[in-house]
Ligand binder design. Sequence first.
Ligand code: XBP
Ligand code: MG
Length: 263
Amino acid sequence: MSIEALIFDLDGTLADTEETHRQAFNYAFVRFDLRWEWSKSTYRELLHTSGGKERLTHFIESMPASPAEKARLHRLVPAIHAAKAELYTELIADGRCPLRPGVRRLLGEALGAGLELAIASTTSSANVHALLTRHLGSGAARWFSSIVCGDLVAEKKPAPDIYLLVLSTLGLPAKYCVAFEDSANGLRAAKSAGLFTVVTASQWTTGDDFDDADLALSCLGDPDHPLSGVEAAAVGGPCLGLAQLRHLHAAAMAGAPSNEARA
Ligand code: XBP
Ligand code: MG
């Protein structure tokens, strides 16, 4: 049973974007004269809530404020998030979020082998296109047969909805596809959709529970960032390439316990 499509999460997987999201949130808070500042430790906790608007709502609910003040702040969420998104795309344009190691290589291998590519991301379409354009060029979105973003599904990750919609759009059953994720929410979403899932933990998710991952790595590996030790042993070399991925996926589909690496 061969792989016909690779489905990538974006934030934290294609690129380590969450620090830029965090900065954009904090700039938006200044613009709205809110005396909030999300530290890295606070943001790491808030990332357990998928979706920027949902994250803001969760933060407001957790505040020691009156119901009336919370209601006022809740009404501001769409405008705060729109300002954040505008600031985020401006920040992304300066190239501060490079693609993670091995991403460009694996995308190229997959396209060269005739596989389909897809993106399943909680963030907005504008944010997805801003990153793809900045790092892969203006036509890069056309490399992907399906780009499904946050607001297209009712339930965000860890619900499987976004992956089920990508599979439906591709017209492929889960067993012919592989998902790439960076977070516990994303892993749960992909596994609930029945997908063989590779996790490359980011600085924000290292240490999260990835026991359900079919393969957990620190990154996909490339000549400048070769995999080593248990990760290289699990993959069968310094990089996770299409050949290694096909071998691991076939073994998993045949029911063999994959010799998983742990991030
Ligand atoms: C990660 C998310 C997003 C981003 C912020 O998405 O949960 O909410 O943190 O982007 P992914 P928005 O599934 O790509 O890892 O503010 O646009 O939601
Ligand atoms: Mg992610």
